[in-house]
Design a protein around this ligand. Structure first.
Ligand code: SAM
Length: 280
């Protein structure tokens, strides 16, 4: 997996350059974008498009190349492949087929935004893109409310102000940053509370270019005041990765509510989820 620049095409690491130069096949999201990158570095290689619409069809072709000992490089349009970009199923299939998979690390918009945000970096969660529609977006934010970590979110510029407003509405006055055009000529980082940033971008209109939103973790000293729907969403999110007891403990710590009450609710939600899976 070859990480590619998120700014200047010249920002390719020597290891990434070598991986692309020596690959028999370069798999990429968009052959025009990666073709430009290769041309910029004087590299000519066989390119194969791999994206969500053709992945299932193309994957066997890539695995066949690996099976005969070819070196395959996977690149995304920008940044690190697999981070909110295609590749995870390909990597899993390659591992299952016995291929050796190497990461060729380099830039990622998520990490670049995190480190310039000024927010805690010891624990963070890259939560990808939130849904476009307000109701679904607010529900998704409620699921993130109790996560005890800095949140890193991708967003498109035209939706920035609305997304920040929903984040402020659900998460309250958390510190945040909007990191735009990172490593490019017009790089800019704006910092403030979610509400301040939402108001600033509502007044100025959508900014240009690409951006990442970084949101500070919940204040450990302030108990989270979740309504019942938000509490259920947070419990379900915790149940996705842990037991009812662990989910209850996490939410008890975050909200100050009795653990036993949360445990009972977690069991109910788990049973309801299992029943709806059986019906589906
Ligand atoms: N895999 C990529 C990575 O590791 O950087 C991220 C892929 S995600 C589909 C693309 C999103 O990353 C964009 O919509 C934008 O939110 C963010 N992004 C990409 N380049 C950026 C940049 N130079 N500055 C700020 N955000 C950027």
């Amino acid at each position: 997996m070859v990480a590619t620049p998120i700014g200047n095409l010249g920002d390719l690491s020597p290891r990434a350059l070598a991986a692309l130069q020596t690959a028999d096949l370069v798999v990429c999201e968009d052959t025009r974008v990666t073709g430009n990158l290769l041309r910029h570095h004087g590299i000519s290689r066989r390119l194969l498009a791999y994206h969500e619409h053709n992945a299932a069809k193309v994957r066997p072709q890539i695995l066949a190349a690996l099976a005969v000992g070819q070196a395959v490089a996977l690149a995304s349009d920008a940044g690190t492949p697999l981070v909110s970009d295609p590749g995870y199923k390909l990597v899993r299939a390659a591992i299952e087929a016995g291929a050796v998979v190497h990461a060729v690390p380099g830039p990622s918009a998520a990490l670049a935004a995190l480190v310039v945000s000024g927010l805690p970096t010891d624990r963070f969660m890259v939560a990808g893109f939130l849904p476009n529609k307000a109701t679904a977006r607010q529900k998704a934010i409620a699921e993130l409310q109790a996560v005890p970590a800095t949140l890193v979110l991708f967003e498109a510029a035209p939706r920035l102000a609305a997304c920040l407003a929903d984040l402020a509405h659900v998460l309250g006055a958390r510190p945040a940053a909007v990191a735009r055009e990172l490593t490019k000529r017009f790089e800019e980082v704006r910092r403030g509370t979610l509400g301040e940033l939402a108001a600033a971008y509502a007044a100025s209109g959508p900014p240009r270019g690409e951006l990442v939103i970084v949101v500070g973790p919940p204040d450990k000293t302030a108990a989270l005041d979740l309504d019942e729907a938000a509490l259920d969403a947070a419990l379900l999110a915790a149940l996705a990765t842990g037991s009812p007891a662990a989910a209850a403990a996490e939410l008890a710590a975050a909200t100050g509510r009795p653990r036993r009450e949360l445990y009972r609710r977690a069991l109910d939600l788990k049973a309801a989820r299992a029943a709806s899976r059986d019906r589906a």
